[in-house]
Design a protein around this ligand. Sequence first.
Ligand SMILES: [Mg+2]
Length: 488
Amino acid sequence: MRTPQTRSSIHLSTQQLDRAVGVVLASAAGDALGSQYEFGPPLDDAVTPEFGVGVFGHEMGEWTDDTSMAMPILQALADGRELDDDATLDVIVTRWQEWALNAKDVGSQTRGVLSDLSETTAQAATSRAESFHRTTGRSAGNGSLMRTGPVALGYLDRAEEDLANAAGRIAQLTHWEDDNVDACVIWCLTIRHAVLTGTLDVRAQIGWVPIDRRARWQDVITEALAPGMHPRDFRQGNGWVVRALQAALSAVAGATSLRDALERAVRGGQDTDTVASIAGSLAGAMYGGSAVPLDWKRKLHGWPGVDANDLTRLACLAARHGQPDSEGWPSAGLMPVYTRSDYLFRHPHDAGVWVGSLAALARLPREVDAVVSLCRVGTEQVPHGVESVQVWLVDQPHRNDNLDAVLTDAADVIADLRAAGHTVFVHCAEGRSRTSAVAALYGARHHDVPLTQAWQDVQATLPRFAPQTFLREAVERMVTADNDDRAE
Ligand SMILES: [Mg+2]
């Protein structure tokens, strides 16, 4: 066994960290989005898939086995463990067994392996997976690929070869056949590349499979990347790992956005949750967690009792070998507050919305039952029992891959919360820049206040009003686009 190295010094840009979060968040979103369509026919492009009660009884927004099996891998990395360590793999197998005891759905091969182990170790699981393969002659279900995304997060600053080895080993904990190993290796390396660069390059990763299998994978990838291909074209047998990879890849390669990638994946039919989960791990790596709609994030939840905020926190930690940043984020219970910016006021256009700073979370009015955070918050900072909507918005120009969509989404989620009867507190660290921008956009977009007036009203409300130029410009763009839409 290799001695784990100390790796606390990894530096990821805010966009790279956002994309690392996307691997987990978008995969879970795809999983939950596909849940109610599993085994169903392909859907027409005119149909917009929605969260609903799953075929196996999963709740609306609840992820299924795909994400649940990824969780122990993600948790191990977030705890600072190394996947090259046999003891880590033992923990993962143990947690899979615990989950499978009460799971609503477990893949047949995974259940076959996990329910019949001589001991709860990685070695026993791998041996059982091999004997299962030798008995049945096949073990290439898509159950290995659906959970592989987090593996890549442990290797963003490490040799690609190490990632290839880990991806293969973890695949074979339940699925022995070479197709699983190759698919997980190619997918993890493609995710790693996408997190680091924001681009899709799957062909370059084929070199990580054994030389005698590369030509075949070239053909597989070429077919999936051919112009016009859609997950519907790979519907037949998409429970097979190779076909699932093709379906997911065609979903991502032909998409114009993260949402589009997941919707395409679900429209393919059959194993919709798994194909969308696989597609999500790559689409999230390309577009970032900030591209996952807040409406989806609010609904996402699942085993082991975690939600989208928890997934974000775990993914950040996993990408940083378990190390929080210098301020303690995302592990700290409380993020440092600026005491001279401790204030909250009612929004000038909606008395059911309060706006202010991070410090004011400690003295929220009783009526507030939802918080929209535009900055980093500690795990204990939003009062218990209050809904916490956490928005990934960096208060620096050129640091947000999805700036316009995030701003629009933030204003819209306030409106959604209000429509559902909530009283909302919207804040950032100091209540200067991000809060000002979102408050003005909310007034303009949802209360028909002319933008110039909205800025003036918000300025009169917030004593430290100072939206950064890039945010001001983005809000102007959003409101202009709204007005153009109305004029058409
Ligand atoms: Mg599933």
